[in-house]
Structure formats: structure tokens, C-alpha cells
Design a protein around this ligand. Structure first.
Ligand SMILES: Cc1cc2nc3c(=O)[nH]c(=O)nc-3n(C[C@H](O)[C@H](O)[C@H](O)COP(=O)(O)O)c2cc1C
Length: 375
């Protein structure tokens, strides 16, 4: 019987399914619900020192649906990080760890470009008992106006410096969450890992414009008739997320062996998760999927992942982590491989061809007489 249990950066998880930072981890009540339903770990909605600077708007979500089934496959949000007071969060961290001492609670944190602010936030969260950190360097909207989130995540020099600040004081494992809104995801990843962080998470949302309302002629989601580019998530982003996770994994393997990856972007099934693990993820996160389907989705996801493992006779997640990575190559190499395969096939069929009466056995009259006629 295969097992989903795993240990990542010293954190013991019953399964690799983690609630990604966002509305599904917005307070102690829902985090408790996620643990009750069986999630392997929970990352809270991103917290910062001064929540009074965080002002959200309504509406802040927009959805794309299939024209045929109506199912949501794309989701844009212009939501900011948590607007709840840090003191409330710290009480809730303590409360959650009292109730669920064996479960993994990860604090997603974000601050301005200020060493003392990062030190203060890390220290307060550790005192409240969180098990580890995810540094949010990746929110694509709103926060960059304060030089936070993706504004830091897009600048490898700043990223390395800020990760260094955190590593100087953190006693718990630290992951840095990457923004996909860069040309080469390897650049910010390398900068963070070079600063000594334990692992990376990828991807956050992709900067997007959901659409334009053809009655009002206003872009959406519309706030008093105006909008701002937001972050795109859900099934539609999975191929982009898989590509970036593949690139991060290749880099971790060659330059930072032993560091970890938490993959996400459009995961809704155990099969989706299997693909992220095959491309090198140690754990997988789900955010929008939970907003669509609820916390209970973790049970079928676990069953689907176990069924996949049974089919291939994998006993542990480590048995197939990164298994599919060696099958990526360059286009030039694909051309070479295909030319070689075609030449080999041609040589093989030539060998089977009848070119002389001596080879004639008459078993397949039509094929053999055709070959003789051509020969
Ligand atoms: C409504 C919403 C709010 C989010 N808020 C945060 C956040 O506070 N911090 C963060 O790091 N990521 C946030 N995210 C990004 C998700 O954690 C995740 O990186 C992204 O949505 C891709 O995964 P998914 O397709 O499973 O949602 C948010 C996503 C959504 C949809």
C-alpha cells in the first residue's frame, strides 16, 4: 500500500496537499476546518505588520467559464493581502497550534523594503508558534505600488537581500514564493536560494486583464466603472505553472541539490498533483480550487494520487518526484532524435523486404509479390 506521508524541510505532513495562501486560509476557523478535512498543511492568507494600510475593494474577483459546461476555468482577483490586524492573527496562530499541535501551520508574510520590519514580523510569528514561513514576493497587484510583493520578486538583487534578512533571524524553515511575471523564473529563484532559503513556492498569480464588458464597454472586474490589472489563477494557468516548476526543479537539481519546491497553479485533482510531483515538486498547493469546490476536495485528491501511485507501483512520493524531468530537451535534439528514429524504422522495414526469389516463402502473397515487383 503506497503512502502519501512526507517530510519536507523537517516538516512532517500526512499528505502533500497544502492550502495555498489566500481566502481558504483567511482565519483560524477556516484553517481548523482545513485540518479537519485532512489537508497536509495550511498556509495562512499573507500577513503584514500594519494591516491598516491594506484596503480592499468590491468586487475583487472575476471568473471565466467554459461556454459549453459553464465550469470555471479561469479566475482573476484584485484582492490584497490580509486586512486583519496582526495582533488578531498572532492570537489565532497560537489558538490553532494549541488545537492542532501536530499539524503544519505556515505563515505567509510580506513586508516593505525594511530589514527591521521583516525581523519584527518573523519574530512575532515564531513566538506565536508557526511551523514555518512562506515569503510572499509575488502578489502582482496593489502591493507593488508600495514596492512590496511582485515589485521585490522581480528584482533578484533585492530578493537576495531580503531573503538574507529573513534567514539571519528565522529559526524555522523558509520558502520564498515566486512571481510568474518575469521572463526567466530561474533568476529570482537562484537569488533566493543563494541567500540560503530552504525552498521555493511557485507560482503566484499571472498579471492579467479578465475582459471587457460589451454592454458597458468597461473592463472587469469593475469597481465604480474602473479596474486595475489583477492576478490570474485556476485550471487555465496550469501549463504555465508546470513549465515554471519544471525550470525551477532543473535548476534546483543542478545548482542547489536538496532544496525543495512547493508547486501550484490550477491544481484540482490528484492527477494534477501527480504531474507537479513528476516535474520535481515536493508538495503541492491549492487555492482557487478550494474556492470552487470547498475543503472536502482533499479526500478525492488523496485517493486519486494514491490510485496513480498504485498503478505505477510507486510506494512513496520520493519514488516519482522529478521522474519526468529527464524527458525535456531542446528542439534541435527533438529533430535529431526524430531523424534517427525514422532512419532506424526505414532500415528495419528494408530488412524485412523481399528482394530476391530466394527469400520467397509465399506466406503473404500480396506483400511479398509487391516487394519483389518493386525490387
Ligand atoms: C482570491 C485570491 C487571493 C490570493 N491571495 C494570496 C495571498 O494573500 N498571498 C499569496 O501568496 N498568494 C495569494 N494568492 C495566490 C495563490 O496562493 C496561488 O499562488 C495562485 O492562485 C495559483 O494557485 P491556484 O490556481 O491553485 O489558485 C491568491 C489567489 C487568489 C485566487
Amino acid at each position: 500500500m503506497p503512502t502519501l506521508e512526507t517530510v519536507v524541510d523537517g516538516l512532517k505532513l500526512p499528505n502533500p496537499f497544502i492550502i495555498g495562501s489566500g481566502p481558504p486560509g483567511t482565519n483560524a476557523n477556516v484553517i481548523g476546518k482545513a485540518f479537519d478535512e485532512g489537508w497536509g498543511a495550511v498556509i495562512c492568507k499573507t500577513v503584514s505588520l500594519d494591516a491598516s494600510k491594506v484596503v480592499n475593494v468590491q468586487p475583487r474577483y472575476g471568473r471565466l467559464r467554459s461556454r459549453t459546461s459553464g465550469e470555471i476555468y479561469g479566475w482573476e482577483n484584485i484582492e490584497l493581502i490580509s486586512d486583519r490586524d496582526l495582533s488578531i492573527w498572532l492570537d489565532e496562530f497560537k489558538q490553532i497550534k494549541d488545537e492542532y499541535p501536530d499539524r503544519i501551520l505556515i505563515a505567509s508574510i510580506m513586508e516593505e523594503y525594511n530589514e527591521n520590519a521583516w525581523h519584527e514580523l518573523v519574530g512575532k510569528c515564531e513566538d506565536a508558534g508557526v511551523d514555518s514561513f512562506e515569503l510572499n514576493f509575488s502578489c502582482p497587484h496593489g502591493l507593488p505600488e508600495r514596492k512590496m510583493g511582485a515589485a521585490m520578486g522581480q528584482d533578484p538583487v533585492i530578493l537576495r537581500e531580503v531573503c538574507g534578512w529573513v534567514m539571519a533571524v528565522a529559526k524555522k524553515p523558509v520558502w520564498a514564493k515566486m512571481t510568474p511575471n518575469v521572463t526567466h523564473i530561474e533568476d529570482p529563484t537562484r537569488a533566493s536560494l543563494a541567500a540560503g532559503i530552504h525552498g521555493v513556492s511557485a507560482i503566484n498569480t499571472i498579471r492579467s486583464v479578465l475582459g471587457v464588458n460589451l454592454d458597458t464597454l468597461r473592463p472587469e472586474p469593475s469597481v465604480e466603472g474602473y479596474t486595475t490589472p489583477g492576478g490570474y489563477s485556476c485550471q487555465a494557468v496550469k501549463p504555465i505553472a508546470l513549465r515554471m516548476c519544471m525550470e525551477i526543479s532543473q535548476m534546483i537539481r543542478s545548482e542547489f541539490p536538496g532544496r525543495t519546491l512547493s508547486g501550484m497553479g490550477g491544481i484540482e485533482t490528484g492527477e494534477d498533483a501527480a504531474q507537479f510531483i513528476l516535474l520535481g515538486s515536493d508538495t503541492v498547493q491549492v487555492c482557487t480550487g478550494v474556492m470552487k469546490e470547498g475543503y472536502r476536495m482533499v479526500q478525492p485528491m488523496c485517493e486519486e494520487l494514491l490510485a496513480f501511485m498504485e498503478k505505477h507501483k510507486f510506494e512513496t512520493l520520493a519514488d516519482f518526484k522529478g521522474y519526468s524531468l529527464p524527458f525535456f530537451t531542446t528542439h534541435a535534439d527533438l529533430v535529431k532524435r526524430q531523424a534517427e528514429a525514422r532512419a532506424a524504422k526505414k532500415a528495419e522495414s528494408k530488412k524485412k523486404m523481399i528482394t530476391a526469389d530466394a527469400q520467397w516463402d509465399g506466406d503473404d502473397f500480396v506483400q511479398q509479390s509487391d516487394a519483389l515487383a518493386r525490387g
